[in-house]
Design a protein around this ligand. Sequence first.
Ligand code: FDA
Length: 392
Amino acid sequence: MPDNSFDVIVLGAGAAGLMCAAQAGARGRRVLVLERAQEPGKKILISGGGRCNFTNVHTAPDRFISANPHFAKSALSRYTPHDFLGLVVAHGIAWHEKTLGQLFCDGSARQIVEMLLDECAKSGVMIACGEDVANVEHRGAGFTVTASARTVEAVSLVIATGGPSIPKMGATGFAYELARLFGLKVVEPRPALVPLTLGGEDVLFRDLSGVATPVEARCGKASFHEAALFTHRGLSGPAILQVSSYWQRGKAVEIDFLPGERFGWLVAAKQANPRATLRSVLRNAMPQRLADALADRIGIEGPLANAADAVLHQAEKRLADWQFHPNGTEGFAKAEVTVGGISTAELSSKTMEAKRVPGLFAVGEAVDVTGWLGGYNFQWAWASGWAAGQTA
Ligand code: FDA
């Protein structure tokens, strides 16, 4: 086989591309990975605060957002968190479970990159970094790829160039350009797992910058019990990042500031201590600055004994269903992932191959499948990369 000819070319040495390459290589395929950056796996290296939240033991299809909620089922069921953990353990990488089923390295995210590179090396995969892919052509049964320093060809081409989140790391919408070149539809991409910005009346909450509290945040049918954080631009923290993936312009985000309380708790507080005020009761339940801001806005002054039960019930309802109207997000610059991408309608859910372009595959964040916060996005990268690697 000539030096510039391969069975499989994988574009992008990120999580999905490296997994796919190692799998295809293990099947005896001659694989080349082309990576624009000077080193592979840059997003893995910065993930999970440098410790890589590499999977989540609660992985299930309902924790992924896609125009087709069934699409991810096949790949996720064939390559599970257990399978990835098996690889981690086989490579002697120490790990631990944090909260909510999130698995992290004890040491460094670099161990995950090294593990993937080891797997690629074992399978004879070639990885070329500093190779910005400029042009791709489909000729006959194969693909010709022109990158910075070479022109190469292969029977199979895997798009694993990720999404446009964090452009300062070199992320772009290149996957979508390629998909469109081949006539594949793209679901409008938008930033996800991203802080929301507040304007209008909500802007007053920016004074609370730095205050964090456990809440239930809701957007449409999605709801998350985690911490919310007020920022100088709006709202952040895990609960908000989670709902941001479901949020669209014009929609409200509802926050329950006291998710542990049952209806009637404020009336019960009045009965227990008639001289207590709304402010004092809230101060016992949440950070003082937040308690004061909410009490000011609700406006029940003086001892609770002076307030009718119906008024207290109204206050409870407001605290359980506080309506924020974000005016935007902090955009791709701050988004951990992208919602939308190459339409799943174009791909086989079993192999990730384009139905209309035999030999063309798409995996990972480039595809319209987006996981919750907490290791789900890497699990999708591993599972979709693995699925493509069995066929490409
Ligand atoms: P990924 O972006 O990893 O890889 C794409 C590769 O393609 C990159 O290396 C890029 O340089 C390359 N490329 C792009 N264009 C190219 C071109 N034209 N030519 C050649 N190469 C090109 N998820 C999770 O589950 N747990 C976590 O802890 C975190 N933490 C986290 C932190 C931060 C700050 C961010 C931004 C994101 C996360 N994520 C995460 C999300 C996770 O990083 C993301 O879902 C995966 O990296 C997606 O893997 P992919 O392989 O699809 O894309």
